[in-house]
Design a protein around this ligand. Sequence first.
Ligand code: ADP
Length: 355
Amino acid sequence: MLAALASVRDPELGRPITDLDMVKDVSVEGGRVRVEILLTVQGCPLANRIERDVAQAVGRLPGVDGVEVRLGYMDEAQRQALVRKIRGPEPEPKSAVLDPASRTRVIAVASGKGGVGKSTVTANLAVALRAMGRQVGLLDADIYGFSIPGMMGVSGPPRVFQRAIVPLEAHGVQVMSMGFLVERDTPVIWRGPMISGAVEQFLRDVLWADLDDLVVDLPPGTGDVPLSLATRLPRAEMLVVTTPQEASVSVAKRAALFAAKTNMRVLGVVENMAWLVCPHCGETIDVFGRGGGRRMAEELGAPLLAAIPLEPAVRAASDAGTPIVLSQPDSESAKAFRRLAEAVVGGRSPLPVPR
Ligand code: ADP
């Protein structure tokens, strides 16, 4: 029966009516067959022909005494579904970021472990690049521990426009974070594949507008989650954030392995919390030791791009939603973050560490 119906083609579309979801129902009673056909449009000029072809095709089958063909019409939803079927899926909203020819530079910020200031560096780098007149996107890929919304002083939900997500704007930077999509203080309990899917969607379906730079805050560590996320980033270069204390040879080795697995070039190392200026006497205190960032950079074969001092104002600025580069541009850390941005853009050679 199906084969007989499949031999009937829609004269206009040239395809079997069975492929076009035009056969709504078939019922058989003894030798009598009733076929219900859905035509695409009311008053279809080819209705008679389809009716005749169906009656003939089914009537030829052995044991069939009579054929009744009933004609109906598709509703709007069915018609749309048919159009999609014929045309194929509509092209995905394509983000410029994923285009191989895109001029957007993707800078992934990674760290050996949490708490070294990776998100702080990412947020300050983004606003420092913006202050240089660049179009900057900030993608918070730290799905479990997103802190970018708080640091940038912005919260969701974002607008959806033509099936794409419009990033929120904060301090002139286009920002997207998982934090915009989940309730505040609700733990994200997604599993690995969903998470990497979310990041892919952030790259593909977010309407990043003509970016010079997309700065990405990766989850801490060099384990499976950051690794699988990092592999989704096209053409990314990696910045490794470390404290002098954390900057061990083993962390450097893991970072290098991470970069190799994800085909990223290591752009350089950022040593954070590098020293503390005593608020009383102005003397420099090496809270976490000295020279770790440089050693790590050597180990990685990449330049040390910046050393950021430990300043209470850095934390206070982040907590208040305005990164220190903007809230206290004359502070030592703001200067160091600006140097980092200049080094990233390439206008300045790697660090003359201010010590
Ligand atoms: P990570 O992203 O590596 O987990 P965060 O950027 O969240 O780390 O920083 C951890 C904490 O340390 C935050 O409270 C942040 O404000 C603070 N912090 C980061 N860098 C500095 C700095 N240079 N001086 C003072 N506090 C800092």
